[in-house]
Design a protein around this ligand. Sequence first.
Ligand code: COA
Length: 159
Amino acid sequence: MTIAIYPGSFDPITNGHLDILKSGSEIFEKVIIAVSYNVNKKGFLSVEERVELIKKSVKHLPNVEVDSFEGLTVEYAKMKKADVLLRGLRTSFDFEYELQLSQANNALNNDLKTIFLITKPEYNFISSSMVREILVNNGDISKFVPKAVEEYLISKRGI
Ligand code: COA
């Protein structure tokens, strides 16, 4: 069975992430979407909140598991017996970053392959920080995130 890990900060998960995840779930037997505690990014939502929102958004994908991890992605992948890292590419800017990340991961664990899926054009400009910016400025985020995420973020904005 080919197991893929889809790692990221998912703060919050967007429709773009969901599109990559859905395609990945059609290719691999099991995909684990894993929220990383990123030491370089100050979180907007807690890791627990992000995991909960992802769980609500992926109920229709039976071979998808939701988890979180600390430390190196390659170590987490080894622990989960994963063969593949799944990442999405939006633009050439993503490519430069992903190239380095993939090569660093490969230097740490030569057995782990990174597979890139191209994001659909309609999701090219979406990012988690863009969603957060629209939210704090009272804009409409409904087109960019799953329903459960929209509802949660709007309720949180009201607090
Ligand atoms: N749709 C929407 N947004 C997308 C996207 C897509 N298909 N693909 C990427 N993005 C956006 C994200 O929303 C995020 O936006 P933001 O910066 O505005 O929040 C941005 O692209 C990148 O986020 P993400 O894909 O979550 O990557 P990341 O850089 O936050 O984290 C990890 C990537 C977790 C895989 C990486 O940091 C990691 O492996 N960390 C663990 C430590 C480690 O092993 N490091 C590598 C060896 S040094």
